[in-house]
Design a protein around this ligand. Structure first.
Ligand code: AMP
Length: 115
């Protein structure tokens, strides 16, 4: 694990900031979003500090895949029959925390295209 001491999500992974952790393995930690946009809104993050999904894809496709595998498990645990997964990559599309995180949203209906 490599942490950035100034990163909010690195602090959550290390237990320095409280969060409701719903899943953890060697490569992935999942916790509930503090401002949920759906009845289930979980953030899945790699234990390695990487800024965004593009950087993670280059660095470790395996860990990128592990985020989706974990999302599938969390969705099954929550009893979701469908769910949406989203990476915001870059400030211009709404990324606000620069430790890559996969949003898992479910428990309500969603429209398309997203806003
Ligand atoms: P994004 O805008 O895609 O970078 O998503 C960042 C997400 O992190 C937002 O949905 C926030 O609500 C969420 N967030 C910010 N601070 C915390 C926190 N302390 N615990 C859990 N989620 C957080």
């Amino acid at each position: 694990m490599e942490f950035d001491p100034d990163c909010l999500f690195c602090k959550i992974i290390q237990g320095k900031i409280p969060a409701e952790i719903v899943f953890r393995n060697e490569n992935v930690v999942a916790f509930r979003d503090i401002t949920p946009q759906a009845p289930t809104h979980v953030l899945l993050v790699p234990t390695l500090h990487v800024a965004n999904a593009g950087d993670l894809a280059k660095l470790s496709p395996t860990v990128l895949g592990a985020l989706f595998t974990a999302a599938c498990e969390v969705a099954a645990s929550a009893g979701l029959d469908g769910y949406r997964t989203v990476f915001n990559t870059g400030e211009s599309v709404g990324q606000s925390v620069f430790h890559v995180h996969l949003h898992l949203l479910g428990g309500r209906s969603f429209s398309w295209p997203p806003g």
